[in-house]
Structure formats: C-alpha cells, structure tokens
Design a protein around this ligand. Structure first.
Ligand code: ADP
Ligand code: MG
Length: 794
C-alpha cells in the first residue's frame, strides 16, 4: 500500500500512461516480454516501475516476484533524476526502497525494491524479477546486448523455475522494453531473439499540436548566436511559456546561458557601473544559477541589432506566432496579420520591448545532480523558464511547461575511429526522428512552437531518417570480447537486434586471438582476455597496459614498477587520441622556406625546431608522445608550452584527461598484492625526475608488441642506402607482416601490398631499426606507418 501526496496524485493523473496501468500489468502477467511504446513524457520511466511495485514486484512477500525491479537507462542523468522522482512520488526515501547505481555513485539499500541503473551496470549483474530496459530507441550497444542476452536468459530461467519451484536460487524473470518511438521492428520481428513476437502496448500520449518554423537558410557557422537571437525574440515577443533550447555540449550550454542571463540582467545594476561589475554580476549569476530581474534595455538593443543583421529570416518565423489558439496555422502566412491586429499581445510595443524576467537554467549530462533537478522545480510567478540543454532533453528527460523549442539541428555524438578503436565526441546533424522528437517537446503542456535553425530542404536532404544503432558504428572487438567473457562462445549466433556483418565478427575474433585474449583452439576467453574486458578501452590498448603491468610485476627490486605502470597508462591514453604533433606538419605548411610537401624535409625541420628534441625518444614515437604529455602536465603555462612545442593543445588536454581516467581505473582494478597501483600518480611524476632506463623502455616497447602483435614490419631498404636523399624524401621501405599474410602462406598477396614506409616525421627515422611495431597505417601518398617503435633497438 502506497500513500502519495495530493500534489503527486494530481500530476500523475495527467500522465497518459496512468490510464493504462491495468493493460500494462495484464500484459506483464501474461507475457515474459512486453514492449511499451509511448512518446517522451507520457510517464513510462516514472510510472511503470510504480505499477510493478504496487503489483508486488520487488516485495519479499511474493515468492515469484521477490527479486528487485531493475530499470536501466543509457544515461546517468536520467538514472539520478528518475530515481529521485519515483521515490518522491511513492513517498519513500531514496536509498531505501528506491535506489540507484551508476559507475561512481550509488544510493541503494539492502531492502531496495526498485533500482535504477545505467545499462552498463546491469550488464554486470543479474538478480532481478523484472527488468525494464528503458530508452530502447536510443539503441546503445549496451542496451542492444542486454536485449539479446535477456532474450536467452529469460526462457532458460523461467523453465528452471517451473521445473524446480522450491529452489531458492532461481526466480522467474520478466522483461519490459520501453521506447519513445514506434520503430520497434528490430525487436519484434527478430525471430532469433523472440520466436513469438512480444506484444506491443502503445501509450497514446496527449500531444498538443506543435507548429514548426524552419529557417529559410541553414545556419552553418554560428548557430549559437542564431539560437541566442531566437530565444531573445521569443522571450520578447511571445506569450508566457518555457523555452527549451537544444545546443550540443556543455561549453555551448554554459556560454549561451551566460549570454542570455546578461541580456536579462536588471538594468539598474548595470547602469550604475561601467563594465567590470557587469561581468561580476554575470559570473555570480552563472555560479548560483540565479534568475534575473527586469531586462537591460541596452542588451535588448544589442540583441535587436544582431537580429537585424540576420534579416527577415527569423523574424518571419517569430512573428508568425499569433497566440495560442493559432498553433495549427502555418505561421508564415500570418506574419502581417499579427503585427497589425490591434490588441494582439505582440503588437503592443511596450510589451514587445520589455520582456519579463527569466530563469535561465543549463542542462547537460555532467551537471551536478542538484543543478539538474532544478529544471523540474516550480518557476517563480511571472518568470519565464529558459532551459539550455544538450540532447539529454530530447527523450531522457521531460521538462514541464515548455511551449517553445529552439533546435540547432546538431548533436554531439560519440564517433568511433575504426583504426584506433577510440570513441570521441563530434558535432553532427541529428536524424529526422530526433528533430521531430525535439519539436515534440514543445507540445506537452499546450500547443507549442518549434524554431529550427535549419531549412526544410536541409532537413530533407542532410538528416538521416533515423540515427544508426551504435553497434553498427563501433569496432566490435570490444563487444565480442565482452560477450565471450559472459560465456557466449558462438558470437555469430548471438541474437543482436541489428547483427554486425559476419566478416566483421570473424575479423574481431582473429584480432582477439592474436592478442591472446581468446584461446587459439577453443576460442574461449583466456585469463588475459578476461582481464582486458574490465577496461573500457580498445582491446589492443588494454592488452598493452596488462602486458606492462605483468612485466612490472616480475621486474627486480630496484626497478620502478609504478613508473612502468604509469607510463603504460599514459601511452594508452596518448595512442587513443590523434597525434598531437600533427600540428607541426600543419605549421610548416605555411612556412615558405620549407621545401616541397610533406613528409619530405621533416628531418630537416626537426633540427630547425629544437623544442621538439626535449621529448624525442629515437626508438619510439609512443615514448616521444608520452614524454610530451609528461612535460605538458607539469608545465605552468600549458598554452604557451603547446605553442612553443608545436603541440595541439586541444589534443593534449584530451590526452591528459583520458590518462587521469585510465589511471583511476587501473588503480581500482589492480590486485592488492601489487603495490604498483597505489603509487601510480607518484610514478608518473617520478618520470620527470629520472628518465626511463633502457630496461624500463624495453618493457614498455614489449608491451606495445603485445597490443599490436600483427602490426610488425621488417626494414627492406639496406642500411647503406638509408641516408640518401631518396629515402629521406620517400621514406624508408619496410615489409609488413600481417595476420592474413601469415595465414595465407605469406607471399600470396604480392609484395606491393605489404610494403609500408617509415616517414621522416617519425622520431625513429634517423635510427630506422631492422624491426618495428606500429599502431596503424596512414595512407597518404604512400602507406606510412604511424606511431612507430623500434623492436631491436635494445
Ligand atoms: P517518459 O519516460 O514516458 O518519457 P517520464 O516518466 O520520464 O516519461 O515523465 C513523466 C512526467 O514526470 C513528465 O511530465 C516529467 O516532467 C515528470 N518528471 C520526470 N522526472 C521528474 C523529476 N525528477 N521531478 C519532477 N518531475 C519529473
Ligand atoms: Mg523515459
């Protein structure tokens, strides 16, 4: 029995899914797998767990339902906010009956009945009576694997339970898959996964009409300013209602919030000062997230000027708004009427020029939990809520009271680099489905308006219908390894919602075998493979780190174990980002005195720029970059350091951050009997005081060989021909040994294919040892080896 406050009862009654409690619970009773589709905001995430809870799931009183109700989310932000909300709605304490867990944070009691978690957490533990996979439309790799895995676990576990009812260990299991879009064929029509298609429950959300106003032109460059102007115009001209702005990342969110707050800062405070105090005011507003009072007229004037620069493009859109009853009109055709209608709100000039106060709030994944929750709090009377968000507000979180959406049409998305296997965040166009979702956010409370900062044509031609599932974009060695470690031997038969290509799977197994992560004969994961699966990085990088830890372990008493471990971690980070020295080549392109094109003349350049020699390790590019990272981290002025050393600061910053993360992770994973872990950061600092010994370098290069065993090459150019102008220009010829080469009997492929070059930009160029290991081939005018280390130098 649940007691809910009146306020909660009232807000629940408004959710479309509330009407369907019986239908949902009957479906769950009668089926092992149920799919629930319903628009964002219809109440899936917050209500379904409560239906289950009230039906006795998660309660020790019912033997077949005593397991926890587990709910997954692809995003941490949604785990935190919804767990809190559900606890509040049930009038229970967070951390007792309702708990949550994400990677570095958890609040969960022993008697918890409901547990919210990220899908990554669930992948590691399965002790539930019902599992709700939420936001299945996002198609994250983890969710996909969970669906496939659970489709197998489920019949097994339920059969076991009914065969042996008395067994304490086995409880039956139910699976609920929830999606914000109707596109669930990948789940329902997949016979391999569910031989009997599971029932699909459609929650018919009450969605008010949303008028979409596309821009005439697509803003290709400064969409942040375009968004700023649009928000100002809406706030100034249109009736009350929250504004939700979609930009791409944390920095953009904060910058736009700052700009908007500055525009809506009380004028008295601004006018009493002359510049500096304004900035101060802005900062304090930013820090505390405080709302602002009356509007600064100067800023409005600025805004108007800016708007005018942009011609009629947007004005037409905003003016198209004629009040809340007109939302079904096209907007454009009403432009002129609007301004001329006497008595119309927007035609009252006073009203137009003096917008009321606004509450500007940021929302992005990395924002502290308390700040994230502010978007749900009541907005003070008379203030307009303006939320500047990343795509977390697209489906994971529904903000109340939004009537206007401003959409820049982009999202920062994880992109995977096939060659390095590392993900990085890049800004790209969203899908049509996402654009429609974003627009829909304006129609939750009443008729709404969505202002798209891109044209209709652009939407039709450049936006894909749906974003591809993540699994079709990522390198799958990591996925294959994780599945194998879970005991799935024939990954080929695994019921993926969208299966990867057969060749890709075979290739991944081949690679993992070469890394000795899989046993050559049985194909089962080795102990090394299991250790690798614990690191969320590319298996090659993980293999390298593990190899380095292993050799540190067996090194003599005098050697600096923690230095080796720390260096391996740094190298893993360094090889995961782009080459920071790339900017060196770039910078030389501008210098007229350098002969011809890349990579010729690099050796000469290097001598001209002695800065680079500070980190140069003539037997390894990997160690050279590692030295640069060490120097970067300890320099007092990193920007200056990067300029002087021809390093790309952005890449260095990313590398350094990644190193810190990996270092923390290795520390967590290390066994207690190893003292390496405790001194990892100290070990890294020691490197500045005392350089690596020959033995220590050797250990690290051996570790590189363990991670890239198939990327080894032998020099073909004879030593006496090395120093010719030709070799300096073209690079030095090497014969690559590839996995295929070995298996096909070597020479089949023909020499031409396996010839690779050592370019002059490698720090090992002058040495050109007989055997090298490299990270990848970069094909420019010829296939050049990237990130080369000499194997026989020691
Ligand atoms: P769905 O999962 O179907 O997208 P939700 O269950 O997340 O829908 O949201 C239902 C309603 O509950 C929305 O109106 C949303 O604004 C509200 N809500 C969700 N989380 C919170 C919270 N932490 N605080 C206040 N209201 C919330
Ligand atoms: Mg949801």
């Amino acid at each position: 029995n649940v007691w809910r406050s009146e306020e909660v009862d009232k807000s629940r009654r408004e959710l479309p899914i509330i009407m369907m409690e019986q239908e949902v619970m009957e479906a769950v009773q009668e089926n092992d797998v149920v799919i629930i589709c319903g628009e964002t905001g219809c109440g899936k995430t917050t209500q379904v767990p409560q239906f289950l809870y009230e039906a006795g799931y998660g309660s020790p009183l019912y033997k077949d339902r005593c397991g926890i109700i587990g709910i997954t989310q692809p995003r941490r932000i949604a785990v935190l906010t919804t767990a809190k909300r559900v606890a509040h709605e049930l009038n229970l304490q967070l951390g007792k009956e309702v708990g949550f867990q994400v990677r570095h944070d958890r609040k969960i009691g022993e008697k918890s009945s409901i547990k919210f978690m990220t899908d990554g957490i669930l992948l590691r533990e399965i002790q539930y009576s019902v599992i709700v996979l939420d936001e299945a439309h996002e198609r994250s790799v983890n969710t996909d694997i969970l669906v496939g895995m659970l489709s197998r676990v489920l019949p097994l576990r339920n059969r076991l339970y009914f065969q042996n009812k008395r067994s304490e260990a086995v409880t039956p299991l139910k699976l609920i898959i929830m999606s914000a879009t109707l596109r669930v064929e990948d789940f329902t029509a997949n016979q391999k996964m569910f031989p009997l298609p599971p029932p699909v429950i459609h929650v018919t959300a009450r969605q008010f009409p949303v008028t979409v106003h596309s821009s005439r032109k697509t803003e290709l460059q400064d969409y942040e300013s375009a968004a700023y102007r649009k928000v100002c115009a809406i706030h100034r001209k249109l009736p009350p209602g929250g504004i939700l702005v979609f930009v791409t990342g944390r920095r953009e969110v904060e910058a736009l919030c700052k700009r908007l707050r500055l525009s809506f800062t009380p004028s008295s405070k601004l006018e009493s000062s002359d510049g500096k105090p304004v900035a101060k005011r802005e900062d304090s507003a930013l820090l505390s997230g405080t709302e602002c009072g009356a509007l600064d007229m100067r800023s409005v004037a600025d805004a108007v000027d800016e708007e005018d620069d942009d011609s009629s493009d947007w004005e037409e859109d905003v003016d198209g708004f004629t009040g809340e009853n007109d939302s079904s009109s096209s907007g454009v055709s009403d432009v002129e009427d609007t301004d001329k209608t006497p008595g119309n709100e927007t035609s009252n000039m006073d009203h137009v020029r003096k917008p009321g106060p606004a509450l500007v709030l940021p929302l992005y994944a990395m924002l502290p939990a308390a700040a994230q929750l502010r978007v749900f709090a009541a907005v003070p009377e008379g203030k307009r809520l303006i939320v500047v968000a990343t795509n977390v507000a697209e489906t994971s979180i529904t903000i109340p009271g939004i009537r206007y959406v401003v959409d820049c049409g982009r999202a920062k998305e994880r992109k995977f680099d096939g060659s390095s296997g590392v993900s990085r965040f890049e800004v790209g166009w969203i899908s049509k489905a996402s654009a429609d979702q974003r627009a829909g956010r304006a129609g939750r409370t009443g008729p709404g308006h969505c202002y798209q900062l891109y044209s209709k044509t652009h939407y039709h031609h450049n936006f894909p219908d749906f974003a591809p599932p993540e699994i079709s974009l990522v390198p799958i060695e990591g996925v294959v390894l994780v599945l194998k470690c879970m005991g799935i031997d024939k990954v080929m038969n695994f019921p993926f919602p969208t299966p990867p290509e057969k060749e890709a799977l075979l290739e991944a197994e081949k690679c993992l075998t070469a890394l000795s992560a899989l046993d050559r004969t049985t194909g089962l994961p080795t102990s090394i493979g299991k250790a690798m699966a614990l690191y969320p990085i590319n298996p090659r990088h993980a293999r390298m780190v593990i190899a380095a830890l292993q050799s540190a372990r067996v090194m003599g008493g005098k050697s600096r174990k923690s230095v080796i471990a720390a260096c391996a971690v740094a190298i893993a980070a360094a090889l995961s980002v782009e080459n920071p020295f790339f900017s060196l080549e770039e910078s030389f392109k501008d210098e007229k005195d350098v002969a011809a094109t890349t990579p010729s003349g690099e050796a000469m350049k290097a001598t001209k720029k002695p800065e680079r020699h500070r980190f140069k390790n003539t037997s390894s590019d990997a160690l050279t970059i590692m030295n640069a990272l060490r120097a970067y981290e300890e320099s007092s002025n990193q920007a200056e350091f990067c300029t002087a050393s021809h390093l790309n600061q952005k890449i260095m910053k990313e590398m350094s951050k990644l190193r810190g993360q990996l270092s923390r992770l290795v520390r967590q994973q290390l066994l207690e009997d190893l003292l390496i872990g405790s001194g990892l950061e100290e070990g890294w600092k020691q490197l500045s005081r005392k350089k690596l010994s020959a033995n220590e370098e050797k250990a690290l290069i051996c570790a590189l060989c363990a991670g890239w065993p198939d990327r080894v090459a032998r020099r073909v150019t004879r030593r006496d021909r090395l120093d010719t102008a030709k070799s300096r220009k073209r690079g030095i010829r090497y014969q690559a040994s590839s996995l295929h080469g070995q298996e096909d009997g070597g020479d089949e492929e023909g020499e031409g294919r396996s010839i690779v070059y050592l370019g002059p930009s490698s720090s090992t160029f002058s040495f050109a040892s007989d055997f090298v290991v490299y990270k990848e081939i970069v094909e420019t005018s010829r296939p050049y080896m990237a990130c080369v280390s000499s194997i026989d130098a020691h």
